[in-house]
Ligand binder design. Structure first.
Ligand code: BMA
Length: 379
């Protein structure tokens, strides 16, 4: 067992399982459903989901999990080859966190060509190895039928009473059905970190700052949670919110549904292209980590990266340097880089790339955590 692993396990020892308690929630409970916690958005969350949250919180104190979007689905020069992963081919281990996206749900493949049936099996494989899965939603504009980037107004139309409410619920039904299928071989639901309606303080998406009011955004979030949690009775979800490049608490809370609707405070950050932004990101992470701590939540760098990783020492001297730049930023649970689509669009390492030697250093650093180094996250 590595020194890093030993240190991790000793930190986990005092972990206290959340006791059942009689908190009132808006959830309608079946007589046989048990309240498992009074911390999460879902008071009926499965014990494994509660454990994932607690373990993330504990691990965040002493390490940074590394994540990669679509890691098992494709990489540079390959598509859907069993067992392959650009990250693993560079450093010898899979990422600890796997990102997936349900944009184009209802079709055979998602908006980036990932077959949904295969996505389910990759999520199951990652879980079986002890990894963590997070899912974002680049959904089409439900009114115009354009894509996520069609920022013509739609949110007011899909809220209860709106012209497209029923149509939108059919999309949420498809999402619920996909999530429900995510079960281990033994039939246990696989805990998932759901990250809907991300980067909502920016203007590119139809749920963004130019397309809907804060009240509409918050109503959309709550409607989605209620529909998945209460109507579909899905209890294996943690809910992560992720505005982009936020530097103050007031900014963070401008579009925020409320503490009882969010489990994980995330942030997406795509400005880490020069040394000045190392401390900028470090300070932003610190703001978020303090907010999370005050609320009993987890904070995470839910997306980060620079396209084509054009800086050779980016992993150690930019990304890790930002997370290590102050004591609060160090409490960030994970950092996930976006997909390796092609040599023209990639955010992770791959064998032969100029940043690969530095990625190995990043991997070897005692603070970073990859899949094999994870403790049992679901216990
Ligand atoms: C963007 C790009 C797009 C992709 C989208 C959703 O940042 O990578 O090519 O379709 O994310 O994954």
């Amino acid at each position: 067992m590595s020194r890093k692993m030993k240190c991790m396990l000793s930190l986990l020892a005092p972990l206290i399982y959340l006791a059942a308690c009689g908190k009132d929630t808006p959830t309608e409970k079946e007589p046989n459903e048990q309240v498992t916690n009074n911390v999460l958005v879902d008071s009926l969350a499965t014990p494994a989901t509660v454990a994932l949250f607690n373990n993330l919180k504990t691990l965040a104190q002493s390490g940074l999990l590394f994540g990669h979007q679509d890691d098992l689905a494709y990489g540079i020069g390959w598509i859907a080859t069993p067992g392959r992963s650009d990250v693993r081919e560079v450093c010898g281990d899979y990422p600890a966190v796997y990102g997936w996206d349900l944009g184009d749900i209802g079709n055979e493949a998602n908006l980036d060509g990932v077959n949904f049936q295969q996505m389910k099996s990759w999520i199951k494989q990652a879980y079986a190895r002890g990894g963590i899965n997070t899912i974002s939603l680049h959904l089409d504009n439900p009114v115009s039928r354009g894509n996520s980037w069609d920022n013509s107004p739609a949110v007011k139309n899909i809220l209860p009473g709106g012209s497209h409410h029923a149509v939108y619920l059919r999309t949420l039904d498809l999402i619920a059905a996909f999530l429900k299928d995510l079960q281990s071989d033994a039939g246990a639901p696989i805990p998932i970190i759901l990250r809907p309606y991300h980067e909502h303080n920016h203007t590119w998406p139809w749920w963004g700052a130019s397309a809907c009011t804060a009240e509409e955004y918050n109503a959309l979030w709550k409607m989605t949670v209620r529909y998945l949690r209460d109507t579909h009775a899905l209890h294996h979800l943690l809910y992560a919110i992720s505005p982009q490049e936020i530097s103050s608490e007031a900014d963070y809370l401008q579009r925020y549904p409320g503490d009882e609707w969010v489990d994980i405070l995330g942030m997406d950050y795509y400005q880490l292209w020069d040394k000045a932004h190392v401390s900028h990101l470090g300070e932003a992470l610190a703001v978020m980590a303090r907010m999370a701590e005050a609320r009993g939540k987890v904070s995470a760098l839910t997306e980060v990266g620079i396209d084509k990783v054009a800086i050779r020492d980016w992993w150690s001297n930019y990304l890790l340097a930002a997370v290590l730049s102050n004591a609060d930023a160090q409490k960030t649970a994970w950092a996930l880089v976006w997909r390796n689509q092609s040599t023209d669009h990639f955010f992770g390492p791959y064998p032969g790339h100029a940043s690969a030697p530095d990625f190995i250093k990043f991997y070897q650093h005692p603070f970073t955590i990859f899949e094999k180094e994870l403790p049992a996250m679901y216990e």
